[in-house]
Design a protein around this ligand. Structure first.
Ligand code: ADP
Ligand code: MG
Length: 680
């Protein structure tokens, strides 16, 4: 009979009797530790083992049912799917059987003998620390929970395409045995030899050989499993006369009846008025393995041309892989309550990929393929309706429960912003959902609507500043005039923000403009209160009169600076936006901003250089010094050092790396030498 060949487990021992081979194998170290934890379990919620085993049985039936859609012969003679539970009070065993897909010899070794998942160690530590048993199902090691109640577990299985069965046995102490056996039908039977503390007849909840305990657990945890969970239940009947009336004399008889323990009616087909929050939560938790309470549930039943049910959950926490490429969107497809497929990508757009849920329509064909789905008009219609429902649920949350909305925004905001970035047509749908922090009130979020409502009538633009975090943004010299004049600026701290803003373009007819752009419509905003710089005048000019047209007055100076920096900047201007800083760089109105350029380069993408304009604060002492140096034509080297250093300063403030730090340091040294030798 079959032997496992390419198994990496050590300590294989074969014991051949009558032609069969029984192999003894060791669990891997991580599995051993996990088992050890189960065997010596001090957890109080041991009953979860039943939920885990039933869910495995149901998964196994899902799998064979799915295969049989294309090849009906696979299930011939065993068409009625079911899960059976059997209690043997005397032998103290609990047996769970399914007629699911079963496992081959190698599959038993791979799936039952090994934990293939990475991160087991981390999981174990977490489990020990939090004592949170729900983690077991979440992590996908549910099978081992059997060892919390069993001193020995026997698993008999036969894969749907196998000629023979497999018997796997373990006492949970480091090793297991595996051998080929005869098994008549496909599917899996798991027998638990219950531990003494799991048949505690003094506390029924802890007695897993008690039929009522088992029935209650199924109702509580596994009610919506789609296949009947059957169990023989016995009761004592008193003696009766021929009319059926109870009589005093005679023997009590034991009546055994096979009962279906679960209701099987899927939650989504129930009337939503009859469903409690707790029921939704329980469903969500076990269906989507998220142990945090969801933020909102959308329960839809649409009748008419297209008929369907849908149950959608907006989680409160992002799963850790939400922003990774491999994230599998969570919308499942059911046809008439029968599971068809997981993560159907075409039901919800990328920007709502955090939503979990399902759609059930009797119009879906069971063996629909992903390729067909892509072109399915019906599915598209459903999808666009679901999208509308989710967006309107989000808007409602924003309006009615701001705190909760802000919490989910922190988790999923990036995905929503990504929607506008990826697809320009999304801007009208999603613009109202956006939140940003702003200069108005540190740490508080604002919507674009609220921003516009606060802005003065004359303000025709929405201003934003982008940087790696709020502290960095607050240091931006370009922000000075806005702070000074009390004009609100949105803080863009996510990488996607500025790219998103260029697609969004306008909101409420106001253009989104970076404060680092060359021109904006600030004059209109400032209205009469045009820049008033009398405080700075004295410091800047040491007595020189300021004329009405500084640009004209200093044109020769500006030309000289431009000449000195001609390879570096496209223009040099006197700044209207600086209050305290001596210089800053701004980007021309088209093309990338500095922030965009840096982000693209950081992501190793080709990014054209943003065209830089150097702005000088005419009221800063540095400008005075520059003028003085410019006048002393004889020492032109000093002037060019001055210009270069001014440029480098501005560059560093923008967070750019210096192209040539050696040159920078050389010029700084020159200047210091001149300064100190002159002042000595
Ligand atoms: P998970 O169910 O999350 O994968 P488990 O520890 O519960 O983790 O089960 C491990 C694997 O063992 C399953 O993925 C499946 O391949 C296999 N398995 C467990 N129980 C059954 C069963 N009743 N029928 C077929 N395969 C099963
Ligand atoms: Mg499982």
């Amino acid at each position: 009979m079959t032997t496992a060949t390419d198994v990496d487990n050590t300590n294989k021992e074969s014991d051949s009797t009558e032609g069969t081979i029984k192999e003894e194998m060791s669990f891997q170290a991580d599995t051993k530790d996990l088992l050890n934890l189960m065997v010596n379990s001090i957890y109080t919620h041991k009953q979860i083992f039943l939920r885990e085993l039933l869910s495995n049985a149901s998964d196994a039936i899902d799998k064979i049912r799915f295969l049989s859609l294309t090849d009906g012969s696979l299930i011939q003679g065993d068409e009625e799917y079911s899960i059976e539970i059997e209690i043997d009070k005397y032998a103290k065993t609990l047996t769970i059987s399914d007629n699911g897909i079963g496992m081959s010899y190698q599959e038993v070794i791979d799936h039952i003998g090994t934990i293939a998942k990475s991160g087991t160690r981390n999981f174990l530590e977490q489990l020990q620390k939090t004592q949170d048993l729900d983690l077991i199902g979440q992590f996908g090691v549910g099978f081992y929970s059997a060892f919390m109640v069993a001193k020995k577990v026997c698993l008999q299985t036969r894969g749907y395409d196998q000629q023979e069965g497999v018997l796997w046995q373990s006492e949970g102490e480091g090793t297991y045995s595996i051998e080929a056996i005869d098994k008549e039908k496909r599917g899996t039977t798991i027998t638990l030899y219950l531990r003494d503390d799991a048949v505690d007849s003094t506390t029924p909840q802890k007695d897993f050989s008690n039929q009522y305990t088992i029935r209650n657990l199924v109702e509580e945890y596994s009610n919506y499993i789609q296949y009947p969970i059957k169990m023989d239940m016995s009761r004592e009947e008193p003696p009766r006369d021929s009319q059926g009336n109870q009589v005093a004399d005679g023997e009590w008889t034991t009546v055994v009846e096979t009962k279906v323990l679960n209701s099987m009616i899927p939650l989504w087909k129930k009337n939503k008025n009859e469903i409690s929050d707790e029921e939704y939560f329980k469903f969500y938790k076990h269906h989507y393995k998220d142990w945090n309470e969801y933020a909102d549930v959308i329960h839809i039943h649409i009748e008419g041309k297209i008929e369907y049910y849908s149950l959608l959950f907006i989680p409160s926490r992002a799963s850790s892989d939400l922003y990774s490429k491999d994230f599998a969107k969570g919308i499942q497809l059911y046809s008439n309550s029968i599971f068809v497929m997981n993560d159907c990508r075409d039901l919800l757009p990328e920007h709502l990929r955090f939503v979990r849920g399902l759609v059930d329509s009797k119009d879906f064909s069971l063996n629909i393929s992903r390729e067909i789905l892509q072109h399915d008009a019906q599915l598209k219609a459903i999808g666009s309706n679901l999208e509308k429902k989710v967006i309107s649920a989000l808007k409602k949350l924003l309006k009615n429960d701001r705190k909760k909305y802000e919490e989910i925004w922190e988790e999923f905001g990036k995905a929503i912003k990504g929607g506008i970035y990826m697809e320009i047509s999304n801007r009208d749908k999603l613009g109202d959902l956006l939140l940003f922090k702003s200069s108005r009130k540190d740490g508080a979020y604002t919507t674009l609507r609220e921003y516009c409502d606060r802005a003065s009538e004359n303000q025709t633009e929405i201003y934003y500043a982008a940087g790696k975090d709020i502290d960095a943004i607050k240091r931006m010299p370009q922000l000075e005039i806005f702070i000074d004049k009390n004009i609100e600026v949105l803080y863009f701290t996510d990488k996607v923000d500025e790219f998103m803003a260029s697609n969004l373009d306008t909101y409420d007819n106001k253009k989104l403009v970076s404060v680092t752009r060359e021109n904006f419509d600030l004059d209109k905003v400032l209205g009469d209160q045009k820049t008033d710089d009398s405080e700075n005048k004295e410091a800047a000019d040491k007595g020189e009169e300021q004329t009405k047209e500084p640009e004209a007055e200093y044109s020769s100076l500006l030309d000289a600076i431009k000449e000195a920096l001609k390879d570096k900047v496209v223009d040099v201007k006197l700044s209207k936006r600086l209050k305290n800083s001596p210089v800053c760089l701004v980007a021309t109105n088209s093309g990338n901003t500095f922030n965009m350029e840096q982000l693209l380069r950081g992501a190793n993408q080709v990014a054209p250089r943003a065209s830089k304009i150097l702005e000088i604060n005419p009221y800063h002492k540095l400008f005075g010094a520059l003028k003085a140096t410019h006048k002393k034509k004889s020492e032109n080297a000093d002037f060019s050092d001055c210009c270069e250093l001014m440029y480098y300063q501005a560059l560093m403030v923008e967070g750019f790396e210096l192209d040539d730090p050696v040159e920078f340091s050389g010029r700084l040294a020159n200047l210091m030498v001149n300064y100190y030798t002159q002042s000595v």
